[in-house]
Each structure stands twice: as structure tokens, then as C-alpha cells.
Design a protein around this ligand. Structure first.
Ligand code: C2E
Ligand code: CA
Ligand code: CA
Length: 801
């Protein structure tokens, strides 16, 4: 499931980065937009303020200029300079009216040198002039504008000095205009920015907003003490907690007193509204688009995950089963393609596998199943196994002397013959559950899953019968002979290898007993399951130091002296205790492992021989070799090596070989034995009498000794025919110049009998059971031969001596 984890998190992994990216992008673009809007709107506000100042100036400045020009015109009239005449002159009033009309001011008057009006003015103007006499006096010699207070209003005065006709100053021309609410209202209409009128009581007094009562004015004192300026001066201004941009303009251009001003104020945030409206429209669109995008990728992630998970499940399931439907990754086309490709790949692999299996499991010569396939049949049967299948037979058919046929006819013809054999045997199969396989050069095996014991025997006989009919090969008639081994499985165990091994054991038994076929029985070998499991343990026995060598003494039948000893192997199994050689040597032979065992025994024997020598006991030791050892052509070299390694001599060892070992491949056995003999090893034929070899054959072998099998010796004192066989064997062996050893000496009577028959040596429980090698010296020192002179033999036995 570990590979699933990243896939399960796939939707998050696809969506989360998008989500973060979208949120970040939105945030940053909002910041940029806000900044930009502020810049743009403040620039707009400044532009507006500048334009509004210009508008106001265009309205005010020309009037001021006109007033100045008219005042100058009036002051320059010759009559006006004449102090005495001007008030009486009838033109004076007409000129004053003309001046008011032309300048656009509210009123015009002439002042005397003391600043008192000489022409008629309203009472209000007179009062105002009187109250501001000092200011008027201060500016009596310059042409200038000043503002003065008149009640709630401010009055704009334009002054111009009057030159006296007699020299010096003769007074002032004054043009006046009251800056009242309606006048201001006419100005307000000219600007787009807001107009706030400011005023102060005296030229250095604080500015307040006009029209406020005193306490109000204090509360909202104009925050900037900077009054109006002639030049544009736009600056930020906080008014009533709000941020504005403002520019303050003098109400009266070039006013010397500056009592009134106009603040043009503009709230840039008010300009932001349309922009914010735009953002308000765009933002939801963006957020919706992003959200849809993220939802889409999450959805795609989910689908991808679903697709991949089903692909993975499919991949796992298809490892276990053959018929798994490819998942339909419905909407994601690429995944569907991938699934199809994977399925194609899987099918391709299955085909390849099948091809490989075919080459691995078929015998290329006959196209029959090989040993592997034959054995796997049983696994399948075991899995599917009904009770019916659990009863059947394996029949192993062996073509005899096929090596010989190959040599005579040539390998090509040999192969043709093997194919013909395969055909004939294959024709014997009666239903599809039965099978025939070729399991070795000249070996075929039947598996008959549903036969009784007697049925199996009949089938084995039938197989041998079809091979009895001669084969025709290029006009040559060839006779084959075959033997069969049958193993039945009426029980629950059906391991193919095991059944085959049992059939092999039965076949060997048939061969040894000269029978055309035999059925397996447990007495035939040591290959019962317990032994089979022992094999793997046995392979470790040497390295774990579990093997022991026991020595059984051989004595001279005349002198009673110890003349030798036979080394016999014991296996001290960690859980099963002492395992006798009969329990493991036979299947060590089958598996070939016996060669290692033999090498161990020979080396150990050489070592023991040396210790006996050192202990003063100079006897040769016998060691057993198996058939497998004998067919190994490197045997002489290996033996020399281990013996030399222990510092022993070949003469110290007697190699015991059974008759049958020499019979399996007589020629190479002869070669090997000659080589061993030439190296100095003594050779002995073991278990003589149990095999089929004749003394005539043995005559040609370079052997030194012959051991009569214990089955003849153990009963010879009671079984006369055994005694006779022993006698003739001893005689013949002696004739061939061989020493004779009797095995299985169990009684003093047998000793007497053997001695009387001139048997040279004997070995048996009467003398001693096999003794642990390390105890042998002590035993030998204490050994005393029994006296057999008193033993009484019956007449029949005494007669054969
Ligand atoms: P074997 O070579 O014929 O060894 C003699 C067997 O007869 C021994 O059995 C011994 O204990 C037994 N024997 C000796 N005297 C008497 C007697 O008076 N009466 C009876 N009934 N039996 C007697 P063991 O030691 O069980 O060995 C059995 C077989 O195992 C040996 O038969 C031999 O074929 C094989 N074997 C033992 N050691 C080795 C070995 O190192 N290498 C090989 N290749 N085979 C071995
Ligand atoms: Ca032996
Ligand atoms: Ca023996």
C-alpha cells in the first residue's frame, strides 16, 4: 500500500499550489491596483485644483486690473487734483458714477488728505472708512488693494493717490466692493472642487472658516496657518478627520491685508469611486475564475487518483490471476490508453512466459513433458485434488543397455529410436488425465491418476509388452528390452519427485532381482520421508562436526590377534541421536553426496591409523567406498591427497568395494581399481555372495581380499548349505590368491568352523561391536581371544572341514 500513499494525496498536490498562487496573485495585484488608483486620483485632484485656481484667477484678476485702471483714470482728472474745486465741480459725481460703472465695483469715493470722504457715500461705507482710517492713511501714497472689515462682511478697496495741482498729495480715490454672500456664491459656481471661504479679523490673526459662529470657528479652526498664496501651492490637509488636497487663493488679488481667502479643497478618495467600482466588478470575475480553475484541478486530481488507484489494483490483481478486466479510466483518455498499453504488455509477457515455460518443460527430442513438468503436474493435482485423483500410479520404464545401442547404431539413430519408443508408449495412454514424460536419456514415466494397484501392474506389463515387439529402423530390426518400477500413491502424499524416486528405487530393485518390473515397497530403500528430510541435515553434518568414526576389529582366526579394523560411520544427529549408516548412506548414494562422506571417512581413517601407529598398534584400517566413488575418475588423485595430508601411507588403508559397485561400469571400475592398487592401496570385495559377480570376473580385478557377507556366516553353524557356500567361497578365493574375511562372526562355534575352513580373518559381534575410534587402542590392548577348542560341532558340520 506504500505506493498508494502519494497517489491518495494527488488531488491536494495538484490543487494546493494553485490555491496559494491564486491567492498570492490576487493579493499582490490588489496592492498594485490600490497604489495606482491613489496615484492617479491624487494627480487628477491636483489637476482639478490647478484648473480651478486658474478659473478663479481669471474671474478676479481682470476686475482688479480694471479697478486699478479706473482709479488711476479718475485720479488723473485735472479737476480732481484741485482740492478746492473737486467737491463742487458738477462733473465729479458723473465721473464717480462712470468709474463705478466701468470698474464693476460697488461704489467710488474721493478722500481728503486726512482720509475723510469728500463725496457722498452710504452711511455704512462712511463708518467703515472711518474705522479703517489708519489703514487708508498707511497706503495713501500707493496704488494698491486692501481689504477691510465691515460688520460681517469684508470690503475690497482699490486705492489710488491723488496728486495735488499745487504739488504733494491731495487725497485718495477709493473704489469699493463688498464681498457678500451672493458675490461669493457667484464664485462657488465657477469651480468643480469645493470652495471654503476663510477669513480673519486682522492681518496677523488666525484663519477661520467663514460663516461660523465664534465657538464653531474655534472648533473648526482652519488647520493650516498658511494663508492664501499668490502661486499655486497644493498640499495635503486633514480636515475633520478626513484627508484632502487643498490650495488657498487670496480673495483680493495683491491684497495688502489679506483678510479673506478661498480654500479649494478636493477629496481624492471621492475620485476613487469609479475605480473602486471597476475593481468591484473585476474582482468577483477573477475570484470566480480562479475558484473554478482550482475546483477543476481538484476534480481532475480526484479523477486521476481514481484512475491510478484502479490501475494499481488491476496491476496487483493481474499478478495473481490471469483473467482480470482492464479498468476503464472512463474520462481520462490518457489513462485509458495507458491501461490498454499495460494490458497489451501483460499479455505479451504471458505469451513470452508460456514460450519459456514450453522450452523449459518440454523434452525437445520427443516433445513429451520433461521431468520438471511431470513433477509440477502433481502440484496442480494437489491443489485441485479430488479424492479420486489421490489414488494413482507412477510407472518408470527404463530401456536397458541403451548406451550400447547408441554406440552401435550412432546417436542419430538412437534419437530416432527414442522417438519411436515415445510414440508407442504414448499410444498406451487411455484418457486425457494420464500423461507420459521422458525423464532421462532412456527413461520414460507414466502418470496414471486413476488406477488400482492391480491396474497399475497391468499397465506396467502392457508398457513392457509394446517394447518387446522389435523396432524397424532403416530395414534393421532392433530388439529392446525394458524394465519398470512402479510406485503407487493411495495415500495423501503426492510429491512428484518423491513418487519418481520411489519408482526409481523399485526399478533398481527389479534390476538387482532380475525381475521385469517391481512395485515399490518401503523395505526397498531408505527413502521414506523422514530420511528425505535428513538429507538436508546430512549436508551440514560435516561442517557441524556431527560425524563419528567407529572401528570394528578384524582378528586372525588362528592366532586370535587383532589384524585390522573396519571404519564404520556414525552420525550424531542433534535431535535424532545416533543415526546408523543404513539410514543415511543409501540416499546419500542416490543424491551423490556420499562422495563427500567417503572423503571425510578416508581422511578420518588415515588420521586414526596414525594415532594407532603412535600407540604401537600397527594394523591396516578398512574403509568403505560406494558405487558413486568408483565411477569418479578423479578418485585416485583425491584419495592420495587426503591420505598425504594426514601423513599416512596408502598401504595403511584397505578400500572396501561391493561387488555391484564394480558391475555398474566394469571397464572404468577396472581402470580405477588398477590405479588405486598401483598407488599402494589394498582392495577388498565387500558383501561377497549378495551380488551376481562371478569369481571369474573378480579374477581380473587387482583385489587383495574378499569379505564373505554376514548373511552366510551368521547362520553357518546351523545351516549346512550356508556353511558349504562359505567353504567353497574360501577355497575359490584362496585359489585366486585372495585373503578371506568372514563378516558376522557371532558365536564361538562359527569361529571354530571358520578356522577349520581356513578362513583367514573374521569380524563380528563375538569379537566386538564397532568401537568409537578413540577407544579402540584401549580395547585392543585388553583383547583376549576366546578359546574355541572346546566347542562341539555336530557330525554334519565336522564333516565339511
Ligand atoms: P558393511 O560394510 O557390511 O559393514 C558391516 C556392517 O555389519 C556394520 O554395520 C557392522 O556393524 C555390522 N556387523 C558387524 N559384525 C556383525 C555381526 O556379528 N552381526 C551383525 N548382525 N552385524 C554385524 P553398520 O556399521 O551398521 O554399517 C552398515 C553399512 O553401512 C556397512 O555395511 C556399509 O555398507 C555402510 N557404511 C558404513 N560406514 C560407511 C562409510 O564410511 N562409507 C560407506 N560408503 N559406507 C559405509
Ligand atoms: Ca564393509
Ligand atoms: Ca560387509
Amino acid at each position: 500500500m506504500s505506493a498508494m500513499k502519494p497517489i491518495l494525496r494527488m488531488p491536494e498536490r495538484l490543487t494546493l499550489p494553485w490555491l496559494l498562487l491564486a491567492a498570492g496573485a490576487l493579493f499582490v495585484s490588489m496592492l498594485i491596483t490600490k497604489d495606482h488608483i491613489e496615484q492617479v486620483t491624487s494627480a487628477q485632484a491636483r489637476q482639478q485644483l490647478t484648473a480651478d485656481r486658474q478659473t478663479l484667477e481669471r474671474a478676479l484678476v481682470p476686475q482688479a486690473q480694471r479697478a486699478q485702471a479706473v482709479a488711476q483714470w479718475l485720479a488723473n482728472k485735472p479737476l480732481i487734483g484741485d482740492m478746492a474745486q473737486r467737491t463742487e465741480a458738477p462733473e465729479t459725481q458723473a465721473w464717480l458714477d462712470e468709474a463705478v460703472k466701468t470698474s464693476g465695483m460697488h461704489w467710488a469715493a474721493l478722500l481728503d488728505a486726512q482720509g475723510d470722504p469728500q463725496t457722498s457715500v452710504t452711511e455704512e461705507v462712511r463708518t467703515a472708512l472711518r474705522q479703517n482710517k489708519a489703514a487708508l492713511r498707511a497706503h495713501h501714497s500707493t496704488s494698491t488693494a486692501i481689504s477691510i472689515r465691515q460688520g460681517q462682511d469684508t470690503v475690497w478697496l482699490w486705492l489710488h493717490p491723488i496728486e495735488s495741482t499745487v504739488g504733494g498729495l491731495a487725497g485718495q480715490v477709493v473704489l469699493g466692493q463688498t464681498l457678500n454672500a451672493s458675490w461669493r456664491g457667484s464664485l462657488s459656481g465657477l469651480t468643480r472642487s469645493q470652495l471654503i471661504f476663510l477669513e480673519r479679523d486682522r492681518p496677523d490673526g488666525p484663519w477661520v472658516q467663514q460663516g461660523r459662529s465664534k465657538p464653531q470657528a474655534a472648533a473648526s479652526a482652519w488647520p493650516s496657518q498658511e494663508g492664501p498664496s499668490q502661486q499655486a501651492n497644493i498640499r495635503p490637509l486633514t480636515l475633520e478627520g478626513h484627508k484632502w488636497l487643498a490650495d488657498v487663493i487670496p480673495m483680493v488679488p495683491n491684497d495688502a491685508y489679506n483678510l479673506e481667502g478661498m480654500a479649494l479643497v478636493m477629496d481624492p478618495s471621492a475620485l476613487r469611486a469609479p475605480w473602486l467600482g471597476l475593481v468591484g466588478m473585476v474582482l468577483p470575475v477573477l475570484i470566480t475564475a480562479f475558484s473554478l480553475g482550482i475546483a477543476w484541478s481538484a476534480w481532475q486530481g480526484l479523477r486521476l487518483r481514481r484512475g491510478l488507484v484502479s490501475l494499481m489494483r488491476w496491476a496487483r490483481a493481474s499478478m495473481e490471476s490471469n483473467s482480470v478486466v482492464v479498468p476503464a479510466a472512463k474520462t481520462i483518455l490518457e489513462l485509458q490508453g495507458l491501461a490498454n498499453d499495460l494490458e497489451a504488455l501483460r499479455r505479451h509477457q504471458k505469451t513470452l512466459e508460456a514460450e519459456i515455460r514450453q522450452t523449459a518443460f518440454l523434452d525437445p527430442l520427443t516433445l513429451l513433458p520433461n521431468r520438471e513438468q511431470f513433477c509440477t503436474r502433481f502440484k496442480h493435482l494437489q491443489k485441485s485434488g479430488g479424492a479420486k485423483e489421490r489414488c494413482g500410479a507412477v510407472i518408470l520404464v527404463d530401456i536397458q543397455r541403451f548406451k550400447h545401442i547408441n554406440e552401435v547404431l550412432g546417436h542419430q539413430n538412437g534419437d530416432r529410436l527414442l522417438r519411436l519408443v515415445a510414440q508407442r508408449l504414448n499410444d498406451l495412454l487411455t484418457d486425457k488425465h494420464e500423461a507420459l514424460a521422458r525423464v532421462g536419456g532412456n527413461r520414460y514415466v507414466f502418470h496414471l491418476p486413476q488406477v488400482s494397484a492391480s491396474g497399475a501392474v497391468k499397465r506396467a506389463q502392457a508398457a513392457l509388452a509394446v517394447l518387446d515387439t522389435p523396432f524397424e529402423l532403416d530395414d534393421q530390426s532392433i530388439d529392446l528390452s525394458a524394465q519398470a518400477g512402479v510406485s503407487l500413491y493411495p495415500d495423501n502424499r503426492m510429491d512428484g519427485h518423491e513418487l519418481l524416486t520411489r519408482a526409481e528405487v523399485a526399478l533398481y530393485a527389479a534390476r538387482h532381482q532380475h525381475q521385469p518390473w517391481l512395485s515399490y515397497s518401503p523395505t526397498m530403500d531408505a527413502s521414506d520421508p523422514a530420511s528425505l528430510t535428513l538429507l538436508s541435515d546430512l549436508k551440514l553434518a560435516i561442517s557441524r562436526n556431527e560425524l563419528r568414526l567407529f572401528i570394528q576389529p578384524k582378528v586372525d582366526l588362528i592366532t586370535g590377534e587383532v589384524t585390522g579394523g573396519e571404519a564404520l560411520m556414525r552420525w550424531k544427529h542433534p535431535t535424532r541421536g545416533m543415526v546408523p549408516p543404513d539410514r543415511f548412506i543409501p540416499f546419500a548414494e542416490q543424491s551423490g553426496f556420499v562422495k563427500q562422506l567417503s572423503m571425510w571417512a578416508v581422511e578420518e581413517c588415515a588420521r586414526v591409523w596414525l594415532t594407532l601407529q603412535l600407540g604401537g598398534l600397527d594394523i591396516p584400517l578398512s574403509v568403505n567406498l560406494s558405487t558413486r566413488d568408483l565411477i569418479d575418475k578423479d578418485l585416485p588423485g583425491k584419495l592420495r591427497e587426503v591420505v598425504e595430508r594426514q601423513g599416512a601411507l596408502p598401504q595403511a588403508l584397505v578400500l572396501e568395494i561391493t561387488e555391484s559397485a564394480t558391475m555398474d561400469d566394469p571397464e572404468s571400475a577396472h581402470r580405477t581399481l588398477t590405479e588405486l592398487h598401483d598407488m599402494g592401496f589394498k582392495l577388498s570385495i565387500d558383501d561377497f555372495g549378495t551380488g551376481y559377480s562371478s569369481l571369474a570376473y573378480l579374477k581380473n580385478l587387482p583385489v587383495d581380499e574378499l569379505k564373505i557377507d554376514r548373511s552366510f556366516v551368521m547362520n553357518m553353524e546351523t545351516d549346512l548349505s550356508d556353511a558349504k557356500i562359505v567353504r567353497s567361497t574360501i577355497d575359490l578365493a584362496h585359489n585366486l590368491g585372495l585373503k578371506v574375511v568372514a563378516e558376522g562372526l557371532e558365536s564361538p562355534k562359527a569361529w571354530k568352523l571358520l578356522a577349520g575352513l581356513h578362513c583367514d580373518q573374521a569380524q563380528g559381534y563375538l569379537v566386538s561391536r564397532p568401537i568409537p575410534a578413540e577407544d579402540f587402542l584401549i580395547w585392543a590392548r585388553s583383547w583376549r581371544a576366546p578359546s574355541v577348542s572346546e566347542e562341539h560341532l555336530t557330525t554334519a558340520f565336522a564333516d565339511i572341514l
